[in-house]
Design a binder for this molecule. Structure first.
Ligand SMILES: NC(=O)c1ccc[n+]([C@@H]2O[C@H](COP(=O)([O-])OP(=O)(O)OC[C@H]3O[C@@H](n4cnc5c(N)ncnc54)[C@H](O)[C@@H]3O)[C@@H](O)[C@H]2O)c1
Ligand SMILES: O=C(O)[C@H](O)COP(=O)(O)O
Length: 387
């Protein structure tokens, strides 16, 4: 029986793909895997029993995945599984940001007991006049799963769309409308924009990337949306830009103590991915990743280990070695196998960044002493006997 500890609220129907032979357990201690969403686990001691963690969602800044790689824990996320949900909300808010929809609705509510409201509305509606988004310029920062969908939707709305993403993947480039203009410099992207929307992961080079300089390059009265992470947009700079009118409205998914008190700021409580469809598809993808890793050693969508597939083991045994991406690891692993006269049926090695993964099938089970020798190779982080 394999065991999974669930942290956060994972929707039940998303768990439907958990295979037989799996059990949800109340504690991480002793569990084989953790399934989670946004809880910050930087301060958590991840028990040695845990072989993998799947984040049902995109952002992994809440997980110390580099440290966990060295602990032999594979961390997964679910790229793209919630991107349509974010796109739909961002497009809705973009339209709301162009018209004072909320102000108009507030006016109506305030006049709910006024018998002349219907007639007064005609006189008052001038106060809520907005603008159309068609032909306006929007800058999209980050053209991944969410950003590319937002950019394409803005093209469909008739906007002039520019995008900035120095690390754009080939897959996402293929998905992008040819009407999106790529811009190679962030400041150039911001210059003359009426709208700016941010869709990058939180990392060293993105924290504070939208600051005073970038906001000053927007057209006066611009609308800014942050459905990425709270500190990608510098709050000091944003508050000043809102106070001066340089930014007319700011939509953010992050209820920080500061954003909740900023003028002309509309805060949602991290509900960018909050649809039944997105929650279920993230959970299903995360469960599939965990199960394929625990059962077969295959790695799909990991953020700290390379992609690696060897299908289902047809030999007597399958072993996976999780180790540092340094020279001579394969040489040392095969030397141990040669000493043991092990007959290797299939073997694969992949690396990504600082981590590497070697997996092999043998036609006999290896003695515990051989596994011990593999484990004691310097820079070996974990050896798993999968079958
Ligand atoms: N509010 C929500 O509920 C919600 C939902 C999904 C994602 N997110 C956030 O949005 C982020 C993006 O999600 P995604 O699914 O599109 O991820 P993604 O990985 O598909 O896309 C991120 C894109 O940002 C680009 N990028 C990285 N560094 C950059 C930089 N310095 N400048 C410009 N571009 C850069 C990458 O090349 C990539 O194309 C996530 O990491 C997460 O933090 C929030
Ligand atoms: O990174 C993400 O996928 C989003 O921030 C959504 O997070 P959540 O699933 O915890 O709401």
């Amino acid at each position: 029986m394999r065991t999974i500890k669930i942290i956060d609220d994972i929707v039940k129907d998303g768990l439907s793909t958990i295979a037989e032979g799996y059990e949800i357990v109340p504690d991480a201690e002793g569990a084989d895997a953790i399934l989670m969403r946004s809880t910050d686990i930087h301060g958590m001691e991840v028990p040695d029993s845990v072989r993998c963690i799947a984040r049902a969602g995109a952002g992994v800044n809440n997980i110390p995945h580099e440290r966990l790689a060295e602990q032999g824990v594979v961390v997964f996320n679910t790229p793209g599984a919630n991107s349509n949900a974010v796109k739909e909300l961002v497009v809705g808010l973009l339209l709301m940001g162009s018209r004072d929809v909320l102000g108009g609705m507030r006016w109506c509510r305030e006049h709910e007991d006024d018998p002349d409201a219907y007639a007064e509305a005609e006189a008052s509606k001038k106060a809520f006049v907005g603008r159309e988004v068609a032909d306006r310029r929007i800058g999209v920062v980050g053209l991944g799963a969410v950003g590319s969908k937002v950019a394409n939707a803005c093209v469909d709305l008739g906007m002039e769309v520019c995008g900035y993403d120095p690390y754009l993947s080939v897959d996402h480039a293929w998905q992008l409308s040819r009407d999106v203009t790529p811009v190679e410099d962030l400041d150039e992207l911001c210059r003359g924009c009426d709208y700016l929307t941010v869709h990058v992961p939180r990392k060293e080079d993105t924290v504070g990337m939208i600051g005073a300089a970038q906001l000053s390059l927007l057209n006066p009265g611009a609308v800014v949306l942050n459905y990425a992470r709270e500190d990608v947009v510098d709050e000091d700079a944003m508050e000043a830009a809102l106070a001066s009118g340089q930014v007319q409205r700011f939509f953010t998914d992050f209820a920080t103590p500061r954003s909740l008190h900023m003028p002309h700021t509309y805060v949602t409580p991290h509900t960018g991915a909050g649809t039944v469809e997105a929650e279920a598809s993230c959970a299903r993808m995360a469960v599939d990743e965990l199960v394929d890793y625990l059962d077969n050693g295959n790695i799909t969508n990991s953020v700290n280990y390379p992609t690696c597939h060897m299908g289902v083991c047809r030999g007597a045994s399958r072993v996976a070695c999780l180790h540092a991406n340094v020279p001579n690891m394969i040489g040392q692993i095969t030397a141990v196998l040669a000493d043991a006269s092990a007959n290797v049926q299939r073997m694969t090695n992949e690396n990504a960044g600082r981590a590497a993964y070697t997996m092999f099938d043998t036609d006999e089970h290896l003695e515990p002493a051989i596994i011990e020798r593999l484990s004691s190779i310097p820079n070996m982080w974990r050896v798993r006997v999968i079958k």
